[in-house]
Design a binder for this molecule. Structure first.
Ligand code: URA
Length: 232
């Protein structure tokens, strides 16, 4: 593989940016400074360093974004900005897609990857991956509402939701933990209780959390988080 392809596949930088790093003598392979972007490497065996830091090859990329309101969970959209548009241009060629969807007005954690199998597994209801959301309701919600939602509610389309957990913060705010992801599920659960969700934020996907990542920003998953996501 060409050294510039190596860096672009990892989403580290574009081929053009790679040329600039090479010019500045920042890229070394097996102890030798690379002089040209078409320099060929064995990505599995060769030791690649960028500014003295070892860079390991990975087939897939895993990214966490903090989705703002108004951005859609899609790869392309004729009208609205997508979660993929939140990333720098060098990610465009990597065919990243969001693992699961948040509504346009829901904010928070979305994982983007090009690893279709892991994404499929992570979303499979059989895997029971817990997604944690912070919510705010328009009207007060009661203990009866919590019990009804936690036990599962038969929605207007006849679907009965899986049991879930609610952690109350106060009469309007709380956390809800879901192991499935039906269309508008949280909004429909509270709708069935004659209430309305006015703010919704996904804060965790399994034990992967948003942390202090600002809204609209992105970061790579850590090695530990990748293991959680892929199950490896
Ligand atoms: N439930 C909803 O209603 N909306 C989301 O975006 C996610 C879960």
């Amino acid at each position: 593989m060409r050294i510039d392809k190596f860096f672009s596949t990892l989403g580290i930088f574009s081929r053009k940016e790679c040329a600039e790093k090479i010019k500045r003598g920042l890229i070394c392979v097996n102890g030798q400074t690379v002089k040209k972007g078409d320099f060929k490497i064995d990505e599995e065996k060769d030791e690649v360093y960028l500014s003295g830091e070892r860079i390991f090859y990975k087939k897939y990329v895993y990214i966490l974004v903090n989705k703002p309101s108004g951005v859609v969970s899609a790869t392309e959209d004729g009208r609205d900005k997508t979660v993929v548009d939140l990333l720098p241009d060098n990610f465009k060629k990597l065919n990243l897609f969001p693992c699961g969807r948040l509504d346009k007005d829901t904010v928070g954690l979305v994982i983007l990857t090009n690893d279709g199998i892991s994404a499929h597994n992570a979303l499979s209801p059989k895997k029971h991956v817990t997604k944690k959301y912070f919510f705010t309701t328009a009207d007060r919600y009661s203990n009866e509402d919590i019990t009804a939602i936690e036990n599962g509610i038969t929605l207007l389309d006849g679907y009965t939701t899986k049991p879930c957990k609610i952690e109350r913060i106060d009469e309007y705010n709380g956390y809800i933990f879901l192991t499935e992801g039906k269309y508008h599920e949280i909004k429909r659960l509270f709708g069935a209780r004659k209430n309305k969700i006015v703010f919704l934020e996904r804060v965790a996907f399994s034990s992967i959390t948003l942390g202090d990542l600002p809204r609209g920003e992105w970061r790579f998953l850590t090695a530990e988080e990748e293991k959680i996501f892929t199950g490896n």
